[in-house]
Design a protein around this ligand. Sequence first.
Ligand code: KG4
Ligand code: ZN
Length: 420
Amino acid sequence: MAIETSCDETAVAFLTYTDGKYSVSSQELYSQAELHKPFGGVFPMLAKREHGKNLIYLAEKAAASTVGPTVGSTLSWSSIDISEERKTLALSFLSREPELQAIFKMHFDNPEAFFYKKPDIEAIAVTVGPGLEPALWVGISFAKALSTLWNIPLLPINHMEGHMASILIDNDNSVDMFPALALLISGGHTEMLSIEKWGKYKIIGNTKDDAIGEAYDKVARILGLDYPGGPEISKRAHIIRQTYTVAEAEQLCRNNNIKLPRPMINSGDAHFSFSGLKTAVLYLVRDLVQDAQTDAQTAEKKLTEEQTHLICVEFEQAVVEVFIKKLETAFSQISYLKSLIAGGGVIANTYIKEALQTWCDANEIIFLKPENALATDNAVMIGAAGLVQLNYGYAKLIQPTISDLSEVVARGGWRIDEIY
Ligand code: KG4
Ligand code: ZN
């Protein structure tokens, strides 16, 4: 079982590993993106509240749909009695989450409650970091409660390892992919890692300031587009690419003085910086608005739709050029790399993904990426990371005792190279 609540997605999944295949038995995901839209980003206390409200229902649904195993699943459930002592202990692990605690209390009186059936699983994998600590705590407390009720070990997972493990789901995992380079691009991270094998990670580059997804979200806000900004910007950039040739689009950008920097592109290392790119968009918009015609009806000066779209295309071009250059740098500095593993919400971006694929093909490098639905946050990837840890012998299982479970805490800034 896997649980993810590090940001604004609440998710639960059940996974199995059979004959070298990582398969999903069931998964439930609730995205809070709509709720956070008015804030232009994730509001941590709202995220926490929503996780608390929804987690148990998502777990119930995920549990119910594993009954009668789906393809590749061998999950079975058995009815159990739970002692009063275990119930009290489970509630104590929920003391940080009063809403969730109240829901559990209510469910204890219902003999049909999902936790009175115990799944035949090895562990409950839960994201403990990195992420927003108030949000992480909800998943952690929930996992501790279930671990106590079912007497099943808990397995703390690093969210970024989850993003990497997302490539394994329903894939041919017989390819010899290590040593590998990983490019993890999400709302909170922009990291390059060299990977000797699963669990053995070395960060070789990261962002000095904003993460790439954060840059997408902030630029979207400057352009008056909705949160999350990634899909909004990429949609508009795509319109330009479909309407004009590359040369025409470049000419239009030049006509409008739309040119953005490629930050740190020539730094000769694998580090990134995106805050300057965002600020460049801010100044560009300010200048363009100043020169804009005043709208007769609203008496407002604003960008034309085409100008907004051109900024999106130029922004995305800058991002892709930076990524490709950084890959060239990393691959030239580290020998014997066989593959590129890409993960994180921003890899849902088709243009970026295709650019990486083209570069890998040209350089005879295996390109491994998740399917789009598994690029953004989900619990399947957390389960995949848990199964990888169990398979490769570095899982640090937490036994369901008060003292061991009490030591598991949210680790908002947990670096992936601290795992092994
Ligand atoms: O991995 P993720 O779901 O959450 C974190 O762990 O941060 O990534 C979320 C980020 C957001 O910043 C969002 O704008 C970005 O991924 N994103 C995209 C696209 N879809 C989501 N960025 C660019 N293009 C997309 N299609
Ligand atoms: Zn993520």
